[in-house]
Design a protein. Sequence first.
Lengths: 141, 1118
Amino acid sequence: MERVNLLGICCNWSPFACYNAAGMARMKLPPNFRLIRVMCIGRINQALILRAFEFGADGVILLECKDEDCRYGPGPEVGHTNVEKVRKLIHLLGIGQDRLVERSFAAHEKEELVKALWNFAGQIEALGTNPAKPRQERAAS
Amino acid sequence: MANKKKTPGKAVLVLGSGYGALKIVEDVAQSAIPVVWVTRSQHFLELPGGIEGFKEWPEDLNFQFRPLYLRVTRHPLVTSLTRSRIKSLKKNENGFKAVVEQFPMYIDYDLCTGCGRCMEVCPLNESDHPPISRTPAYCPSRALELDKRSISSCRESCPLGVNVQAYMALTAAGRFKEALAVIREDNPLPGVCGRICHHPCEASCRRSELDQPLAIRDIKRFLFDYEASEGPPEFRMPERKEFSQKVAVIGSGPSGLTAAYFLHRAGYKVTVFESFPEAGGMLRAGINAFRLSRKVLDAEIKALIDQGVKIETNTTIHSLVNLFNKGFKAVLLATGTHSDLSLNIPGEDLEGILPCVKFLTGVNTEGIGEVGARTVIIGGGNSSMDAARTALRLGSENVTVLAIEKEDEMPASPREVGEASEEGVWFRLGAAPIAFEGDGKVERVVCRPAHWEFPKSGPPQIVYDSEETFTIEADTVIIAIGQKPHLDQSGLDKQVETGAGGRLVVDNKLGTSRKGVFAAGDVVTGPSTVVESMAVGRRAASEIISYLTGKPSQYKKISSSTRGVGDYVEISEDVPKQPRQEMPQRQPIARRRDFMEVDLGFTTEQAMEEARRCLQCGSCCECRICETECADIGAIDHFRTGKSIKLESPAIIVANEEELPEEALEFGENIYRAENYGDADDLMDVLVAGSATAGQIMAQAAQIRSSSIPVESNVRSWPDETRLGFFLCTCNSTMAPQGALERIRDLAKAVPGIDHSELIVSACHPKGADRIAQVMREKKLSRVIMASCVCCPLEFQCISCNDQRNRARIHLFERHDLERSRFEMINLRDHLLSGDQTEDEIVERARDLLRAAFIRSNFMGPLRQGITEIGKQILVLGGSEVGASCAKNLALQGFKVKLVDKCWASGSELPESIRKRKAQHGLDRSITYIEEAEIREIRGHIGNFRVSAQAGGSRRVWNTDIICLTDENILPMAIHEDMMGLKKFYRYNFAFFHTPQVGLYRVLSRTLNRVSAYEAGAALAAELATAAAEAFLKDHQLSPRVDPERCRGCGRCVEICPFDAVRLVANDKGVYTSEVLHYNCVGCGGCVGRCPVTAMDMPYFSNQLLEEIVRGTLAGER
């Protein structure tokens, strides 16, 4: 199977607490999963998600707090809007909207987070590499 | 505390744990009043009164409370004392005088890194009751806790204080050498004591409440034999300072040897003088090889000689003066009792009548000893049993022990009696010899039935029971009725004072009548047991050291209360009954043929099985292996003592009634109660009530309020000359295998542009921060990447944070005053290991995780923009009961308050209910009172609000620092309608009084379902005071900036911001651009994410940075 690049963009609050707790509990994550952390998922603009695909991600997952849990208030709402918009764009670009996943977690749901990441990995692996990547890059991966 | 702050002399005292107390302490401390928080519990969130929770108890509650917990427990004005209690409480004119006592913290909460190595080495880690445990989930710390109860009774009853529980624990875990090392800490002769100790420990063993006591002595024997079978003995000698002073010990018995060992350990040059050809004293002369094998005795003595104790045998000391002339600074007389007592009855001088010690000494040291076919031993002690069994082995066919005592009264140990009996010794008990008869040679012993009587004073008396006599035929008679010192033989008895029975007279420091001469052991006490003699020897060593150094003696008999907190671990009903293991023994018929040892010792399995029976009464067995393991960190100290703190408190808050001392119940005044958990419906009740209590106490304690505006120091300008350093925390060597850590360090070193790379022991330990600060100075580093478990350098705590992470930052940024903005911190600790990876995989994972940090280090910039002072003027809109109570409370606290009693927003009517409400006349004169006003507009931010109003027929503008809305009709003035329903705003950070806008407060009507209006007012006042007392605002670079070139004024950012932090402003051409009000901004970046044209960006956390991180992260994959 082709090795796919998985990128997680993670809110510093509930999902990051889950991620740390999962790490502390020595739970295994998909080996090709990489994570970047932001203050709040609302901080991410649409450009950044598109950039991720441009830079070679085969799948992007936004890890956010439950709507009512947001420490600041607007985060998940911004997240939903951005995901909706970017999905349309990546569909048009031929990347396919299933490559962008949005999931939310409460602070204690480390098992759920790990499970979601494995599901995400499985889903993207089934889709294969991002068709928008330059041909030589796809061949190399 | 991590920053070792001083305990304040004056502070509000809060008693008890729980969420309510947490909220109270937060409010009081945030309002700049020092707090001493005291609880008996181990942790501050332990719920009082056995409550486990409420019906609605969110699963992620622990996480939600972490930031608050960390903020409060490490607050500079909070002294948090767990496991503490009020020792005394007195009322005085200023409130109360209290003395608080804290139990010893055997693991220092402020130092423990949570690496867990102590747990791994603890012999009881796998037991049913592990003494070391992690803090519970509700306490956001990785620190460990040690459960150390009272010292176990076995150890207490051992005259030497040998740590029985520890060597049981270690033996049970199969760690025999460490077990033996524990014994040798207190007892230099484990092989001897493992055989012939009279084991008072077993008599006191708590296991006998359940079945039978442990076979402690036999385990000790096993440990010694195990070591002997493996190789030469190992001594754990503490670091030894060598002194030039010489000490002489006369006599190499148990007492002399023990004294010599401890004197040597303390650094003195010790010489032991022994008149026999071989060392050992009574151990060799009096105790038979079949009980104490010569091999064992020789090995023990050799071990001591190998340690450096000098023994001169065949040397009888006749003159103490000579010893001093030879340069000895102190002398210990431990010559024992080698003269036999005689019966003083007719015929005692007949041939064939032998004194016991003389007989045994002959047999044991020279192999000389003859007995006839019929031997009678007189006496019922252990010597008598020894003599009897020796006689059997020398070929006597018929051996009888004659003793006055009945079988259960004999001083000999039952085991000795039993073994003698098994071997064929006869006992004729309850009779005393009155004469020996024979023709030159003894032929018979004439006896008369008798018993002992013990008068109130004086020695015991023999009382004869009848006139009748009987005889026992005998060829040999051995008299074993006791011994006395033999100092007369060497002439030493003339050089120091002797007393009854020729025994030496000593003072309470074991000193004799001659300066510098001490005495210990049987020569002072008369015949005693091995372990008691050793104990006196040890004490003598301590007294001699005290004499030589002039410092007080360190000797202390260990007792159950010496250390530890609380009663013994309960004997659980689940502990199965299990009889004790018995050592295999040679058959009596075989053993009476020779002098080989009777007992064969435990097998390894038996020893472990037996040791597993130990109930581990004291929980922690105090083997102190964890202490050694933690040496670099120094968090564990088994000898730590408790502390005591004195303070004056204007008022006391009680969150747990049980923690209030009884005498305080009469005091009445100035004691406030937090919500009782039993009466509360949910957690919100408790928190709101907490704020209400805090408000009431603030009015009492306002005079001890202290406030200072922080000064920005040590700020260097950006951009800088980049000198980058990398520090990798090893988490006390548990982060990853050492090899992997070194490779990660070298990997970082190889990154272009890096100037320094090193491993530090622990980032959260003061030493770690000290090292980083030192290197930063020496190498002039301007930027640092710290890889540890700390996730960020920012000045706040999130729900992932824990005490260690928080502490690391306190050390670096508060104690060392380093700049936060110069640090990038990355959490490797949690993500480096996920199972059984190879070193390569670990290094690869680290490379992945560190990539973002290295990218980030190129984008560092200032984090803090400045500090703005704000005033303390408060405007209360609405004179409801809540508003009035709030205003009164704030006035009592000394704030400038303006109260507008009846107000309405422009374009609306004053509601009927408010119109009819009685006006709040007669308030404190310091309160500016306005009866009615139409409020036109509220603008501005904390520290600078402008309220336009129409009052008393004229237009007014009120400038104020903080505003508070207490009537429902004006709530919409400041809060967007759709924000009112924001669910779980700030989660539990109290939507009741806060609004999304900083500095603007409100009361929601549902608050009044929980507390009375008066209390709600006090609670509101408490929340206001926390903002007003702090009196400054920190401004940071986390707030977004707008690029006016790109902004098209669509207003989506304004729409999304719940904090009123973005607004649209028109320029002179009427073009709208958005503007961020950084006072209100919390830095979430919602507006940045929402902006459709990327016109907004955050300086500290820029779009470009994120893009670079995404690019770098994914580039690494290709």
